[in-house]
Design a protein around this ligand. Structure first.
Ligand code: CA
Length: 616
């Protein structure tokens, strides 16, 4: 009886052994490069029971230095060390069980593009055009409803997919260059295979793949090339805080701590201030970092070193693959701040010139400065972020043009804001904006008032910082945040073949749109040719009687910006500004092309701004 049982056991064991078939269904990143500063690359290898196997590589220069398995046998994390003299090429990674190779796949190392590590990034000499790809231009109607993803096109739904794509953006690059923009930041284009609201694409379901409704990875790389061919730059929107609920790993997590988990859905309290509030409770702090951004967006746990490395490498992979010029990172303060700072530092260790702007939506300069690298924070925290978005200046735009000028209101909002710049290690590396894809459209706030439009954008394009401009505002697009996000993310007229209006071409613009378009074009092209705005110093005077006057200057040039926020044409007595004006005898007003022959008294039309190049 005992013998029979043993025989049965052996047979069953054999059957079990033969029944296991090993295969690798995913390896990320799927390729890498020789000559990276960090010689290590961590591969996430996914396949049934793959952790039962032992990986090996036989390729000169490549060694496996670490293999980590998790509580889930379907994952193996393999660190390859790539010696700097490795010859780029293909090789096999083999997986053995009981000394027999049970599965293998081909891996490839590419040669880096020359100068890749030292690439230049964006700075205050740039003006960034912000695009929501689904809503800008449809260059390929064949991909609008793709069979590989759930949500199909429905242009009638403000929250649905409308069909815009990467080819559409490429088709409009000449338009943007002509306007004077030098860089684009588009909201994410990686796969967002959620069944609803996927058009905003912040619920990414594959970090390594462009959503097929936008095109392919090759199309995104081509976007970078097409921008570079025009002397323009590509800024990628990176999301490390959360992924989409339909990410493949959500059905089979590498480990329980890959995402933050709660007994039931638990939302972030979105209280960034808990990071530095001296009285904050651990409960509130944890909820800020660990709560989910939304029901469809699981909160990733950057405390898990395997995940953190995955996220760092993913950003480096896109920079290297698509030739990126810059990064914008979403919801920075909702990540674990100390860990996401490792992400920033690691990306910049590979690319020391890479500019990264963080979305840190706070309302005082003091709080904003907490998030800019180089600041001396009370708790020793350094975000690693070279740039932050100037949400405080955005707050000024929310009301400055619709309220009375008084001690704190109107033009005083800008003046007051700039007086606080001493808190920033680098105020010129703040991204400044009147609006973005999450805020009310500025033209809605000012009720389409052309005079206010021109004053607002004169300030935006002549003060310190990196201006960012939201798509469609050059043609005065409007939208109300309180009607839902769809209203502030409408389709650009003419981006779709049968649109009744095509505002991308001169003949398609109304006279009002022509005026706003030509204004932006003139100002931006002047800015491009006058580096005093990007790199010069700034000097401002206290606003008085609804006048706001400031100067930008360097050794070669001095520019005077005069904003008359009065409802009447007025004459400005400039004796107050003599410390700057002395020695100058006249000026050239950029927007009108008129010479200002008398600098002692300058007449400025109601509700308007002048940009005056001063002449000796
Ligand atoms: Ca399309």
């Amino acid at each position: 009886m005992k013998k029979i049982l043993i025989v049965i056991f052996i047979i069953c064991s054999s059957i079990r052994t033969f029944a296991v078939s090993y295969s690798v269904t995913r390896c990320e990143p799927s390729f890498w490069w020789v000559g990276m500063k960090n010689p290590d690359v961590q591969l996430l290898v996914y396949g049934s029971s793959i952790s039962d196997t032992k990986p090996s590589v036989a390729y000169p220069g490549v060694t496996i230095t670490n293999v980590t398995s998790t509580t889930n046998p379907n994952y193996l994390f393999i660190t390859l060390q790539v010696a700097s003299n490795t010859v780029p090429g293909k090789f096999l990674i083999s997986f053995s069980k009981d000394k027999k190779v049970v599965t293998k796949f081909e891996y490839q190392l590419f040669e880096r593009v020359s100068g890749s590590a030292q690439r230049k990034s964006y700075d205050a000499s740039d003006v960034v055009y912000l695009i929501m790809p689904d809503r800008f231009s449809n260059g390929d109607t064949a991909n609008d409803s793709h069979s590989a993803v759930f949500e199909k096109a429905n242009r009638a739904d403000p929250n649905g997919r409308h069909g815009g794509d990467i080819q559409g953006i490429i088709n409009r690059l000449d338009y943007l260059k002509d306007l004077g923009f030098t860089a684009i930041w588009n909201t994410p284009v990686q796969e967002d295979n959620m069944d609803r609201y996927s058009y905003h694409t912040y619920a990414i379901t594959d970090y390594y793949k462009i959503d097929p409704r936008y095109g392919s990875n090759a199309d995104y790389k081509r976007l970078g090339t097409e921008l570079h061919n025009r002397g323009m730059k590509l800024i990628m929107d990176v999301v490390t805080n959360h992924c989409g609920l339909n990410y493949f790993w959500m059905k089979d997590l590498p480990s329980k701590d890959w995402v933050h988990q709660f007994p039931q859905f638990t939302r972030s309290n979105y209280q960034i201030s808990t990071t530095y509030d001296p009285y904050a409770s651990e409960y509130d702090k944890n909820l800020n970092y660990n709560g989910w951004f939304d029901t469809s967006m699981p909160d990733l746990n950057q405390d898990n070193p395997l995940l953190l490395t995955f996220l760092i490498q993913n950003t480096i992979w896109w920079i290297e693959y698509a030739g990126l010029d810059g990064i914008r990172i979403d919801t920075y303060p909702y990540n674990n701040p100390w860990k996401v700072a490792d992400w920033s530092r690691s990306v910049r260790a590979e690319y020391p010139n890479m500019n990264i702007v963080g979305e840190c939506w706070v309302h005082t300069s003091q709080e904003l400065a907490y998030w800019q690298t180089g600041v001396q924070n009370f708790d020793g925290y350094d975000s690693g972020l070279p740039a932050v978005m100037d949400f405080t200046m955005h707050d000024a735009y929310l009301t400055a043009f619709t309220e009375e000028d008084n001690w704190n209101g109107g033009m005083r909002r800008f003046y007051n804001h700039f007086t606080q710049d001493y808190v920033f290690p680098n105020p010129n590396n703040l991204m400044i904006f009147t609006e973005n894809h999450d805020t009310p459209r500025f033209n809605e706030l000012i009720n389409g008032d052309m005079q206010k439009f021109k004053m607002a954008y004169t300030i935006l394009f002549t003060t310190r910082g990196i201006p960012q401009f939201y798509y469609g505002s050059e043609i005065m697009m409007r939208g109300e945040k309180n009607k839902g996000d769809g209203d502030i993310r409408k389709d650009f007229p003419g981006g779709w073949l049968n649109d009744s209006q095509n505002a991308f071409v001169k003949e398609g613009r109304t006279s009002e749109q022509t005026e706003s378009y030509e204004f932006i074009k003139k100002l931006l092209n002047w800015r491009k040719a006058n580096p005093v705005i990007a790199t010069g110093k700034m000097l401002q005077f206290i606003p008085q009687d609804n006048w706001y006057v400031y100067f930008r200057y360097n050794v070669e040039k001095t520019v005077m910006v005069v904003v008359n926020n009065n409802p009447q044409t007025r004459k400005l007595d400039t004796s107050r500004f003599n410390e700057v004006l002395k020695g100058f005898t006249s000026g050239y007003e950029v927007l009108s092309g008129v010479t200002v022959s008398n600098l002692a008294t300058i007449e400025v039309p109601s509700k308007s701004a002048m940009v005056i190049e001063l002449k000796k």
